[in-house]
Design a protein around this ligand. Structure first.
Ligand SMILES: [Zn+2]
Ligand SMILES: [Zn+2]
Length: 124
């Protein structure tokens, strides 16, 4: 009798575990799809539908990221811990002017050196 109850409990536990892990995958997928959708929406707005880096000629959503014009992203990133809430914040604030779209190269260069080498070349 005792072993029967234990078995039953074990089965339930197993079932709950499976159920949870299955749903976790579904929830994860839904969230990441929404992130992707929001990302495309935001990139489309800032690039005026060209999906082009605002500094160089790189085109393609995979290469682009959202950049803080004044390099004040660190403070904000702490407040908005993940991309999901960051994108939601952008949409809620109706695409703030403090943001722009750069490719990862330009974004990295700007973060490390202050300005992207493309900008320096174009002002010389
Ligand atoms: Zn670029
Ligand atoms: Zn650049």
């Amino acid at each position: 009798m005792v072993s029967l109850i234990m078995n039953k409990n074990n089965t339930n536990l197993e079932y709950a575990r499976n159920y949870y892990s299955k749903n976790k995958e579904i929830i994860k997928k839904q969230v990441s799809d929404r992130i992707k959708k929001n990302r495309v929406k935001i990139l489309e707005f800032y690039t005026h539908g060209t999906f082009k880096c605002s500094c160089c000629d790189v085109v393609g959503i995979e290469f682009l990221c959202i950049d803080h014009v004044n390099n004040d992203g660190n403070k904000q990133r702490k407040e908005l811990r993940n991309l999901h809430s960051f994108y939601r914040w952008i949409l809620k604030n109706n695409y703030p002017d403090s943001l722009q779209v750069l490719c990862h190269n330009c974004n990295m260069a700007k973060q490390i050196y202050g300005t992207c080498p493309h900008k320096k070349l174009s002002t010389v």
